[in-house]
Design a protein around this ligand. Sequence first.
Ligand SMILES: [Zn+2]
Length: 262
Amino acid sequence: MNFLSDGNIAYLQFDLLAAERVQHAVFTRKGGTSPEPWNSLNFGGSVGDEPERIRKNFNIALAPFGFSRESIYDVWQVHGTDIAIAESPRLSKSPHQKADIILSNRPGVILFMRFADCVPILLYDRMQKIVGLVHAGWEGTVKKAAQVAVQAMEDRFDCLPANILACIGPSIGPDHYEVGERVIHQVDLTFQNDRDHVLKPQNGSVHFDLWESNRLLLLQSGVRHIESVNICTACHPSDWYSHRRDHGQTGRFGVFITLPDE
Ligand SMILES: [Zn+2]
C-alpha cells in the first residue's frame, strides 16, 4: 500500500494493483471543495452536500489520472449482492442501477463507488482482463458479496480465482465496530465455525472484524492474492469519512478502478 498525492488530493493505492499497472485509487477526504461536515472531497450525493460541489470534486480527483466524470460507471449502493456489468459509462441523465458489485471487461470504463465505513474490495483478473468493485458493510459481508463477485467473474468471464488479485481498502476497523445481537446472529449464520475469528469480545461487548471476514470469504472462494490495508476509517478523521464516528453527518470517499489500456 502506498499513500500518494497530487496537488491537494491524497489517495491510497495497492501494491498488488500498482504492480500490474491497474489504474485505481482510494481517495482520502483531502483536497476537495465541500465545507463541513463533508469537508472536503465528498462524492456522496445523498448526504446533503451541493451537487455543484460534488461535480467539482469529481473534476479535481479525476484530473490527475486524465479521466473525466463522463467515463464513470457508478451505482446506487443498497447493501445487497446484485451485480452491475458496466459495458459503457453511465450517462449522467440515466438512472443508477441498484447494485453493490460492479464488473467490467471494458478499458475506458471507470468503476466508481462511495464509502464511509463499509469495505471497498477491488478485484482484478490479470489473465481475463476483468475488473471488479464491491461495497460490503456488515450486510454485504454476511451476504457474502465478495464471494458473489468472484463467482460472477468465474461464470460470466471465465476467470479463475487463483488469477484474481483482491484488495481490501479502509473501513471501520474491529476496534471501533461494536455490534449488537441482530448482527451477531447473522455473522454466526454466515461464518459458523469461523465466527470466533471475526467476532471479538472487547470490554464486555462484541466487535466485528470486517477485514478478516472478507479475507476469509475471498480465501474460501479460492482467491490467493489478497492485500488488506487494515486502516480504520473511524481512527483517522483527517483522512476518512466515518458514518459511525460522525453519527451520520459526514461525506463519502470515492474509490475507482479501471482496466489498463490494451
Ligand atoms: Zn478504529
